[in-house]
Design a protein around this ligand. Structure first.
Ligand code: S3P
Length: 427
């Protein structure tokens, strides 16, 4: 186990480029594997989660060439197509990646073969009924362990489209059903109650799938389609940008620009919350879906984050809780029960760890109450093996007084292996 020590009170200044968006990277690999021909992908996330998806699509038959220059990967050339896909020879190990297991369950379901999907101890605790139920309704034979947890076995083939009303707001679930619908007979329609990130449907449309999204973005219909190969420059990940944005907002003297961040639907809710708290954060558009995000230090005050906002900032709540700890007043996060089934139960891990550095943070069944106040004191905290908890706690250390040690730091490899290097470049 490795640890990171962070000293508080040092301003962060400069420009930083965070990894390629993780959600887009997973989908790019999966859709390119289905598209007949060579797709060219640049700027994929270099974290372990996306590496697991890359390894999975290779084991399903996609060809992959990594073009490297000066020791850095500049592009991935992926040869895909339904004709080259086949049953994997061994179980697919998704590691810590919930997105990989859920998206692949839908991706494999139309094919007449057996896929075994397994993951680490965290993935093996996370609920899979949300994808298993609709895939069974579509005609796939899906087995899981008691409690409907991984490993999953998917015996696919002969799917029929369904009209599906997800019981939880989840882009992973919507995406699994849409990917299965790509190989199903008839229409597959997903009716969401709350909008979630829209990468799957946007990327499907871009590679020629028969997909239609309603004006408000809540209803998505897909039909069996062939995909054409594509070129993609993956924009930078807003969920990773959030760590530097909050760090700049809470550390006196800071002025940080996070470059070329994806700012499409349901990904920048954290900026709205920070602005409501009085933060100086500007989105400086570059094109329709990317922008530089410019954040400067300033005093923050408490806010309320309501259930309707949660799908647009679910992954940013750990670091927003850190902002709340540094703000004047009591901040509440409501309707965020999904946090309990992420890589860790983030309501418990964040309230426990913030409490250990002097914050009054109280868990609720579906949220968190954070009493803001004086700078956090020095201490030892733990990631509990959760990458976003690790990085949120590093940000807490930057805004605190003294030195904070984060145990289990290796968890950041899941999504942001270069976090420490980027931190050094901003100090
Ligand atoms: C993701 C969707 C979210 C998010 C996860 C990535 C995706 O999960 O928390 O980190 O890429 O679709 P849910 O769809 O389960 O809310």
């Amino acid at each position: 186990m490795t640890a990171l020590e962070v000293s508080g009170g040092q301003p962060l200044c400069g420009r930083v480029r965070v990894p390629g968006d993780k959600s887009i990277s997973h989908r790019a690999l999966i859709l390119a594997a289905r598209a007949g021909g060579v797709s060219v992908l640049r700027g994929l996330s270099q974290g372990d989660d996306v590496a697991r998806t890359a390894a999975a699509v290779r084991s399903l038959g996609a060809g992959m060439e990594h073009v490297v220059q000066d020791n850095a990967e500049i592009e991935t050339r992926l040869s895909g197509g339904v004709d080259r896909l086949h049953q994997p020879e061994a179980p697919i190990d998704v590691g810590n990646s919930g997105t990989t297991i859920r998206l692949l369950s839908g991706f494999c379901a139309p094919f007449p073969w057996l896929t075994v999907l397994m993951g680490d101890e965290s993935v093996s605790r996370r609920p899979m009924d949300r994808v298993v139920q609709p895939l069974r309704q579509m005609g796939a034979h899906v087995d899981c362990r008691p409690g409907c947890v991984a490993p999953l076995t998917v015996h696919g083939g002969s799917l029929r489209g369904i009209e599906y009303h997800p019981p939880v707001a989840s882009a992973q679930l919507k995406s699994a059903v849409l990917l299965a619908g790509l190989g199903a007979e008839g229409d597959t329609v997903v009716y969401e109650r709350e909008r979630t990130r829209s990468h799957t449907e946007e990327m499907l449309a871009a590679c020629g799938a028969d997909v239609k999204v309603s004006a408000g973005g809540l209803v998505t219909r897909v039909r069996a389609s062939e995909l054409r190969p594509f070129e993609l420059d993956v924009p930078c990940d807003p969920s990773q940008a959030a760590f530097w944005v909050v760090a700049a907002c809470i550390t006196p003297g800071s002025d940080v620009v996070v470059e070329r961040v994806y700012v499409g639907p349901k990904r920048t809710g954290f900026v709205d919350v920070l602005r409501r708290m009085g933060a100086q954060v500007d989105i400086e558009p570059l094109d329709a879906t990317t922008a530089n995000i410019h954040a400067r230090y300033g005093p923050l005050h408490a806010t309320e984050v309501g259930a309707e906002e949660v799908p647009g900032l679910i992954d940013e709540i750990p670091v927003l809780a850190v902002a709340a700890a540094m703000a004047d007043g009591v901040t509440t996060f409501c309707g965020a029960g999904e946090l309990r089934v992420k890589e860790t139960d983030r309501i418990t891990t964040m309230s426990t760890e913030l409490t250990s550095v002097g914050v009054h943070a109280a868990p609720m069944a579906d949220g968190l109450v954070v009493h803001g106040g004086p700078p956090l004191h020095a201490g030892h905290v733990s990631s509990h093996g959760d990458h976003r908890v690790a990085m949120a706690l590093a940000v807490a250390g930057l805004g605190g007084s003294g030195t904070t040690r984060i145990d289990g730091w290796e968890a950041v490899a899941t999504s942001y292996p270069g976090f420490e290097r980027d931190l050094q470049s901003l100090l």
